[in-house]
Every structure is written in structure tokens, then in C-alpha cells.
Design a protein around this ligand. Structure first.
Ligand SMILES: CC(C)(COP(=O)(O)OP(=O)(O)OC[C@H]1O[C@@H](n2cnc3c(N)ncnc32)[C@H](O)[C@@H]1OP(=O)(O)O)[C@@H](O)C(=O)NCCC(=O)NCCS
Length: 186
């Protein structure tokens, strides 16, 4: 299981259906911040919907096709990460991330993404990790760049958030570009 310390007081750990009430409350508190970029931040409006969403990821984890994690700071839920796609046949996975406004600016998501990339390449033998973000999402782009990802291009109007079609930038890292110690190979 992928669960580990990120920084003093900060951990990456699974987020599971039994934690649906906490997840729903978190989204209610941070909807305005997350909704421009993450469709589920708008659609998950109560604990029942949160449970159904987390159950889909629990099922995906069992099938080895996706995973969903919390980032906790002193025990409190402050953000998370996911493998939105995890395809062991093609060796391709896609990472997603989010943080509350007050948890930004500490490197938590960069540290969490490094752990996940290490695990995907090192433990699971994946070949390619993808990162997709709206071309307007500059903080997300900065994380991809910090991770040493290569910007591959833009999938024009490929992703709908709140009824708006967004142009999505695509970044990637390949297994032989990763040094296995949480950084890009020289
Ligand atoms: C995208 C998002 C997760 C980025 O959060 P973030 O805090 O900027 O990213 P990190 O946790 O990696 O932190 C990086 C920041 O911490 C700083 N930092 C401090 N210590 C650091 C460390 N040890 N390592 C790396 N960065 C560190 C960096 O300088 C950077 O700050 P800056 O932006 O002021 O330069 C966040 O803005 C978010 O949740 N946005 C809304 C949801 C969203 O857009 N999700 C992504 C959809 S594609």
C-alpha cells in the first residue's frame, strides 16, 4: 500500500468510502477553490455522493485501475492525489492532485506526486506518467514543471468543467527519465 510521510506533520494515505463524511465536508469548505478545475468538486454535494465516488475508486483499486489518496497535515484532510488512470496493460497512468488554499505553497503536492511516481515506475513497472491540466491552471503547470515533466502539447477543448470546454495541456514523464530517488534523471 502507498502510504507515507511527506514532510513534518504531513502524510499521504488512502482515502476510503468510510471517510465519505469528512470528504464531503472538505469539499463543501473548499468548493469555490476547487470547482474551476475539478468536475467532481461541483457534483459531490453530500456524504452519499462522496461515498459513491470513493467507492468507485475503491473498486478501481481492487481492479488495479485507479487509486485515491488523502494528504493530511497534523491529521486534518488538506488535499489529495489520485491515479485517475492506471492501465497496467499499456503501462500508462495519469496523476491528479488538489489542495486547500491554506495548504498550498509548502511543496506537499510535489512531494506526494514524487512518491506516487516512484511507486508507479519502481514498484509497478509503469512506463509513462501523465499530467493534464487546463491551460489556465498555472499552479498545476508549475507542479508538472517542478517534477521535470515534458510539456507535450494541448488537447483543445477536450475536458468539460462546469459546462465549459477547457483546452488541456498534457505533460509526461517516462520511466527512463526518472532517477528512482524522487527526481528526474540527470
Ligand atoms: C494545483 C495545486 C495542487 C498546486 O498547489 P501548490 O501548493 O502550488 O503545489 P505544491 O504543494 O507542490 O507546492 C509548491 C509551492 O510550495 C513551495 N514550496 C515550499 N517548500 C517546497 C518544497 N520543499 N518543495 C517544493 N515546493 C516547495 C514552492 O515554491 C511553491 O510555491 P509558489 O507557488 O509560491 O512558488 C493547488 O493549486 C490546487 O489544489 N489547485 C486547485 C485544484 C487544482 O487545480 N488541481 C489540479 C488540477 S490539474
Amino acid at each position: 500500500m502507498l502510504s507515507s510521510p511527506l514532510a513534518p506533520g504531513a502524510d499521504l494515505c488512502p482515502l476510503e468510502p468510510w471517510q465519505a463524511e469528512e470528504f464531503a465536508a472538505y469539499l463543501a469548505a473548499h468548493r469555490e477553490h476547487l470547482a474551476p478545475w475539478l468536475p467532481w468538486a461541483t457534483t459531490i454535494t453530500d456524504a452519499e455522493k462522496a461515498r459513491a465516488y470513493l467507492q468507485r475508486y475503491a473498486d478501481a483499486q481492487r481492479a488495479d485501475t485507479g487509486r485515491f489518496f488523502a494528504i493530511r497535515l497534523d491529521g486534518a484532510l488538506v488535499g489529495g492525489t489520485l491515479f485517475r488512470v492506471f492501465d497496467t496493460h499499456s503501462g500508462v497512468c495519469e496523476l491528479g492532485v488538489w489542495l486547500s488554499p491554506d495548504a498550498q505553497g509548502r511543496g506537499l503536492v510535489t512531494a506526494a506526486a514524487r512518491k506516487m511516481i516512484d511507486w508507479a515506475f519502481g514498484a509497478r513497472g509503469m512506463s509513462r506518467v501523465e499530467w493534464r491540466a487546463s491551460v489556465d491552471n498555472h499552479r498545476s503547470a508549475a507542479v508538472a514543471e517542478r517534477l521535470g515533466m515534458t510539456h507535450e502539447g494541448v488537447l483543445r477543448r477536450s475536458f468539460v468543467v462546469n459546462g465549459v470546454r477547457q483546452d488541456m495541456a498534457v505533460w509526461s514523464l517516462l520511466a527512463d527519465e526518472w532517477d528512482g530517488r524522487g527526481g528526474k534523471a540527470a
